[in-house]
Write a protein that binds this ligand. Structure first.
Ligand SMILES: [Fe+2]
Ligand SMILES: [Fe+2]
Length: 163
């Protein structure tokens, strides 16, 4: 399956991405690794892109700005979860709330965006999403995370084979 937005949607996506980056600390997340060798920033952009693509592909009516902004901020926890630090313990369970708190400091988020960020770790976080945007994000996050993790394993194997 080729994941490619139409030129008009691509332009819209870039416009929203630029706006979010300008008004937030999101670029800081480029310093932190998420899965394999993929940074949190890159992961967040990929997830937002796929979320937007899935909405368009399946004809799901939604506000593009809300959908993309909510998805971009879903992992806005702003720390390196690989570092040993008591505040990062239980990262999988707590980072959605941390991301939401950070995002609320930088933006006035609507209810859909809040639900997207808070529920994106379902079913690890047990409360299910309340809106279709959050379900789309949940799916896109798992697709991208799986791909990034597998790519990371392949990269490590290649490095080991070269030794
Ligand atoms: Fe997450
Ligand atoms: Fe994520």
């Amino acid at each position: 399956m080729t994941i490619k937005l139409s030129p008009a949607d691509e332009a819209e996506f870039r416009r929203i991405l630029k706006k979010v980056c300008r008004r937030s600390r999101m670029l800081e997340s480029a310093r932190h690794i998420q899965h394999g060798s993929t940074s949190v920033f890159r992961h967040s952009v990929s997830v937002a892109y796929v979320t937007f693509y899935l909405a368009r592909r399946f004809g799901i009516q939604t506000d593009a700005h809300t959908l993309v902004r909510g998805a971009l901020l879903h992992d806005y926890f702003l720390y390196d979860w690989h570092e040993r630090d008591d505040t990062h313990r239980w990262h999988g369970f707590i980072h959605a709330e941390r991301a939401l708190a950070n995002a609320m400091e930088d933006f006035e988020l609507n209810e859909i965006e809040q639900d997207m960020i808070r529920k994106h770790m379902f079913p690890l976080n047990r409360k299910p999403p309340r809106c279709r945007e959050a379900w789309l994000l949940c799916l896109a996050d798992k697709l991208c995370s799986g791909r990034e993790t597998v790519a990371g394993i392949w990269e490590r194997r290649k490095v080991l084979q070269r030794r």
